[in-house]
Ligand binder design. Structure first.
Ligand code: ZN
Ligand code: ZN
Length: 187
């Protein structure tokens, strides 16, 4: 799963999942960007974000609609089709979007016949995290027999890609005055 973070006037950043079919970036009459899952291009599209897999690694590409002149990727005019990098900024007029493949980790009861990347034992029926970046599975709580084993906390990071829990919780920063009510944390 991959996400686009979108700055909303009064709400800080909202996250949208990039659907398997792709995500349309559209502009309404007021110039506000709307994100919607879409299988094929729409006349109002400014661009589309389309996920793909490269040697098993999940990635996404930005496909700009023809004739869109004010679309910027990392401050530059993008190619017609451009592979997105982690935390890439997509800007259009005053709107900003950020791409990330790092989705916060959640502990779930694992239903797969996978092996823990730290201890090597099975995770079926155990509490585990599945890395949203590399798909490695790691024990993170109760085992099938009721014992506790938190391999993720023990290792301190994902055994597959080495990212720590905090690395998955990245949010873009709101610049002063950019958000309607501000987000300075005081007032
Ligand atoms: Zn384990
Ligand atoms: Zn990982």
């Amino acid at each position: 799963m991959q996400l686009i973070h979108q700055l909303e006037a009064d709400a800080g950043f909202e996250r949208s999942e990039i659907a398997e079919v792709g995500l349309s970036i559209r502009r309404d009459a007021a110039g506000v960007l709307a994100l919607a899952p879409a299988e094929r291009p729409h006349p109002d599209d400014v661009a589309r974000v389309v996920p793909f897999a490269e040697h098993g690694v999940r990635r996404a590409a930005l496909i700009a609609a023809p004739g869109i002149r004010d679309l910027l990727l990392g401050g530059r005019r993008p190619l017609d089709v451009q592979v997105l990098a982690e935390r890439d900024e997509i800007a259009l007029g005053g709107a900003r979007l950020y791409f990330t493949a790092r989705v916060p980790l959640v502990v779930t009861r694992c239903e797969d016949d996978a092996s823990c990347g730290v201890c090597g034992e099975g995770v079926r029926g155990c509490d585990a995290v599945t890395c949203t970046h590399c798909s490695a599975v790691t024990h993170a709580g109760a085992l099938l027999d009721g014992e506790e084993r938190d391999c993720f906390a023990h290792r301190g990071c994902c055994p597959g890609c080495g990212l720590a829990r905090g690395d998955f919780e990245w949010l873009p920063e709101i610049e002063p005055g950019e958000c309607g009510r501000g987000d300075g944390g005081r007032g």
